[in-house]
Design a protein around this ligand. Structure first.
Ligand code: NGQ
Ligand code: ZN
Length: 442
């Protein structure tokens, strides 16, 4: 067993001092606070559990910054989606892999140690295996979620020309999963992603849920836009989250992505279901989605995690900052997301999002406890932003003190992937990425 010593480490109960972390076989085997370093290797700064990025459409990384120009007289989520479809038309499997590799390195360097890839792009088998390659090459843990995508809107409207490439049915999703399972190794997970109630009909959703492995994660977009809520109410007689709660066995395997527009009743129902809400603060802000009722939901003990989604941010600290700031701006108060364990917002949000994210990915990760995967995020103890700080002040500096990346070293499943702010493949990946983007925007 390899032993590491951290002066400060974020445990589920809060920050602890002088912690010895024993790692073997990719897992945390021992964890002792208030211990002497003895023969342990000293880590270079405070340690937090690795963060899961629970919602990724990797290719959209290459669009970041390209759509923030007024393109339609009424520019909103739906006009953005047209641009995204256009962009996707040019995307080859080689492009997708180059983008994913760059993205996963950026995410690792900011403290994400696992990602759920929600995949509805053409050639699912080929594309998914490219994401799998990118994950293996970069060292990030991946949960692959092939998507069920059948219709362009409620009431089984046929796919529009640009959406035809996404088409899949229960059978093809199951085949894709079976193909992936043959390649599944210990460090990948699979689940399914019925795209949304817009894109799947009730029967195929029910079939899919019945036919998959009973432990497989199920991720679905829901209630991101008010138009979706209105159309759902007309077609199904219920709001999207309300319909899911009444018609599907929503439980801890489910990740309801966005869930932006939900009523007080849905807040309670969703929280009680044990599902994870997948919040994507930077993307939701970028797309003008609306504001998730986080305080009420957390008040009902609801679980959540964070996703990069369109990857306008690759930094979990930025996502958490936005999560809190939006609530402050709306509520005109400060320090809103706190818990019984900690009055510090940075500490609370990191702990909760990491645990919820791990659950959504179907992985034993997201907290520093024995028998969880050894995913360590070590901050740069020498950085000016951390000067003189310990415990809660460290997490708060991480989340609320500007935009420098404070992450120095990152371990995934017992292996150091980022050391001294460097990923071994970053130079090559950046070159390949630059060539790819040049081709895509030409
Ligand atoms: C996606 N993105 O799947 O990439 C979606 C757009 C849709 C977000 N919802 C497509 N943020 O929802 O129809
Ligand atoms: Zn999405």
């Amino acid at each position: 067993m390899k032993k590491y010593f951290a002066r400060d480490a974020l445990l589920p109960s809060g920050w602890a001092r002088d912690v010895v972390i024993g790692v073997d076989g990719g897992e945390i085997l021992a964890l002792d606070a208030n211990s002497a370093p003895d023969g342990a290797e000293r880590l270079h700064g405070p340690v937090l559990p690795g963060m899961a990025n629970l919602h990724s459409h990797a290719f959209q990384r290459a669009m970041a910054g390209l759509t923030d120009v007024r393109a339609a007289s009424h520019d909103d989520f739906w006009s953005w989606r047209e641009l995204m479809y256009l962009f996707m038309e040019r995307l080859t499997p080689d492009h997708a892999q180059a983008i994913a590799e760059q993205l996963y390195i950026e995410m690792l360097k900011h403290g994400y140690t696992a990602v759920a890839e929600f995949h509805y792009v053409h050639h699912p088998a080929e594309m998914l295996s490219r994401h799998l390659e990118a994950a293996k090459d970069t060292g990030i843990a991946i949960t692959l979620l092939p998507s069920l995508y059948r219709w362009s809107g409620f009431g089984a409207q046929p796919l529009k020309e640009r959406q035809k490439r996404f088409t899949s049915d229960t059978k093809t999703v199951l085949e894709t999963l079976a193909g992936l399972k043959r390649r599944v190794s210990a460090d990948i997970r699979t689940g399914v992603a019925p795209h949304s109630l817009r894109a799947v009909d009730p029967q195929s959703l029910k079939d899919l849920v019945t036919l998959i492995d009973e432990r497989a994660p199920i991720h679905i977009h829901a209630a991101e836009q008010t138009r979706e809520v209105e159309e759902c109410t007309l077609a199904l007689g219920k709001r999207p989250v309300e319909w899911l709660l009444e018609n599907c066995p929503v439980d801890g395997r489910w990740c309801v992505v966005h869930a932006t527009h939900i009523t007080a009743g849905e807040v309670i129902g969703l929280a009680a279901s044990g599902a994870v809400v997948g919040l994507c603060p930077s993307t939701e802000a970028n797309l003008g989605d609306g504001i998730f009722p986080l305080l009420a939901y957390r008040g009902a003990s609801g679980r959540y995690g964070i996703g990069g989604d369109s990857h306008v941010s690759r930094d979990p600290a930025e996502e958490l900052r936005l999560l809190e700031y939006v609530q402050r701006l709306v509520g005109r108060r400060r320090n809103l997301n706190i818990s019984s364990t900690s009055q510090a917002v940075g500490t609370t949000l990191w702990l909760e999002a990491a645990a919820g994210g791990g659950q959504a990915l179907g992985r034993e990760m997201g907290s520093l406890v024995r028998e969880k995967r050894a995913d360590l995020v070590v901050l740069d103890g020498e950085h000016p932003d951390l000067a003189g700080k310990r415990g809660d002040a460290v997490a708060n500096a991480l989340v609320f003190s500007g935009t420098s990346n404070l992450v120095r070293d990152v371990m995934v499943a017992g292996r150091w992937i980022v050391r001294d702010r460097h990923h071994p493949r970053e130079e090559k990946a950046a070159e390949r990425y630059a060539r790819t983007v040049a081709q895509l925007v030409a």
